[in-house]
Every structure is written in structure tokens, then in C-alpha cells.
Design a protein around this ligand. Structure first.
Ligand code: MF3
Ligand code: CO
Length: 252
């Protein structure tokens, strides 16, 4: 069942989205060689709690932290650790959610650690741009497949692949709601988009093949071929015009 949010619910989601987006801004200020992903987790956790919100991910299906911190070939769901210390040239994806007044926000970015290779920088840029290409089609009356196909087309045109095993999702009272929002598919197919739908659109893009596997920690998803992966996610609201992005508080 896809829930359509009222104006009041969207107003509540704006606050959850703002705290989520600002939590990423907070995290980004601390990304540098030498910091551990556990330190980043604590910084973001404390930020969210200071805003009066609850970290959405903490204890979700037993997840042990407030952010996912996925380095280099890690795609998503990297568990923060004192033993994972960022070094110059790494890329790190941070995914975070905040829950307040009964609603969730969900967003992710991939950041460079110090100076990174041109190829890694291009992967980050293409992943981000694929989100914006996709959401051009996220309007009332459109089809979800229009969004998915636009993301896939842009990514593949640039020589990369979109992960198949993980998808975006509806969001609201629950972090994961219907519908699934794949980053691959066919224009004209899928559910009809309606004003008041709230979606987490989140391209996960691999520099190599799209296959992924899960590490022994049962969470961390990595590329099977060891290639780099990037992630870019925002929570959006469908309107009659262009979608409202609830979690975008860094530069576009
Ligand atoms: N943000 C992720 C998503 O988009 C969820 C993280 S899984 C968790 O679906 F267990 F860490 F919460
Ligand atoms: Co999500």
C-alpha cells in the first residue's frame, strides 16, 4: 500500500528531512584522513539527538549504529568501526536517517577523503547527476519506471552500472514503505506517481559490474569485482511540478 501524505504530514517530513540533510553536512565537515568511521557515527548520532530526533537506523533490524559508512568498494550498509580509518584517496558513502514527530528522513552522499583519483571523482559526480536526471521524471502523473530508466540510462551511458539487489523506497511513518524505487527499469512502466507520495530515491553506482555481495558482518554490501561504488540519496515529495527535495542542505 502506497501512502499519500497530507500537507501536515509533509510539513512533519520537512523537519525530519532537514535534520537528516543537516546531519550529512555535519558529517562532511569531519571527513579527513585519520578519522575512523566510528568517530563519524558518534558525531552524527550526537547531532541528531541534539536536534531532538532519533537516529532512524540505530537498532533497525538489529543494525548497531546511526549511520552507514561504506568505504571504496563498499556499496551500502557499512558498519562504522574504530578500526576503519579513512585515508587519503578513499571515497566514503555516508547514509543517515532521522526520525521526529512520527516521520523519517533518509539521505546519503559519497565524499572524497583528501585528494582522490579523477576516476573516483567522476564516479561520485555521475552518481549524483543520475539522481537529478531521474527525479526530473518524478512528477504527478508520471510513472516510476520513467525515474528508474532515466537513472539507469545516465549511469550506463557513462560506463558504470547500477546495483540491482538494492533499491530505493517509499518513506514516511516507516523508513521503508511501498513502493520499491529501482535504479533500473523501463520508461512508462511501474506505479503511477501522485502528489503527496514521498520517496527515497537512491542510485547506487558501481564503477565495474553491478553484482554485489554481503560481508561476514551480515551488513556491509560490497562490489563483487572489488570496484569502487558510490551512493546518492534524498527523500523527495511528488508534486504537480518538480519534486520537493526534503534532505538537500549541501550544495546541489
Ligand atoms: N538508508 C538505508 C536505505 O536507504 C537503510 C539503512 S539500513 C539500516 O534503505 F539498517 F542501516 F538502517
Ligand atoms: Co534509503
Amino acid at each position: 500500500m502506497i501512502s499519500i501524505k497530507s500537507r501536515l504530514e509533509i510539513e512533519k517530513m520537512r523537519l525530519a528531512g532537514k535534520i537528516t540533510g543537516m546531519a550529512l553536512v555535519e558529517a562532511s565537515k569531519h571527513i579527513r584522513p585519520g578519522i575512523s568511521t566510528a568517530q563519524l557515527d558518534k558525531i552524527v548520532h550526537d547531532y541528531i539527538v541534539r536536534q531532538g530526533a532519533v537516529p532512524s537506523f540505530l537498532h533497525y533490524n538489529g543494525y548497531p549504529a546511526s549511520i552507514c559508512a561504506s568505504v571504496n568498494d563498499a556499496v551500502v550498509h557499512g558498519i562504522p568501526s574504530r578500526d576503519i580509518i579513512l585515508k587519503e584517496g578513499d571515497i566514503i558513502s555516508i547514509d543517515v536517517g532521522a526520525y521526529i514527530n512520527g516521520y523519517h528522513g533518509d539521505a546519503a552522499r559519497t565524499y572524497p577523503v583528501g585528494k582522490i583519483s579523477d576516476e573516483a571523482a567522476r564516479l561520485i559526480a555521475v552518481t549524483k547527476e543520475s539522481f537529478f536526471r531521474g527525479i526530473k521524471y518524478a512528477v504527478h502523473g508520471g510513472k516510476l519506471g520513467d525515474v528508474s530508466a532515466a537513472v539507469q540510462e545516465y549511469v550506463e551511458k557513462n560506463g558504470y552500472s547500477v546495483v540491482r539487489d538494492l533499491v530505493g523506497h517509499g518513506i514516511g511513518r516507516n523508513m521503508h514503505e511501498d513502493p520499491s524505487v529501482p535504479n533500473f527499469g523501463h520508461a512508462g512502466k511501474g506505479v503511477k506517481l501522485v502528489s503527496g507520495m514521498t520517496l527515497a530515491v537512491e542510485p547506487m553506482v558501481n564503477a565495474g559490474e553491478y553484482d554485489v555481495c554481503v560481508l561476514d558482518d551480515d551488513w556491509t554490501v560490497v562490489t563483487e569485482d572489488g570496484s569502487l561504488s558510490a551512493h546518492y540519496e534524498n527523500t523527495i515529495v511528488i508534486t504537480r511540478d518538480k519534486p520537493e527535495i526534503l534532505t538537500l542542505y549541501d550544495e546541489v
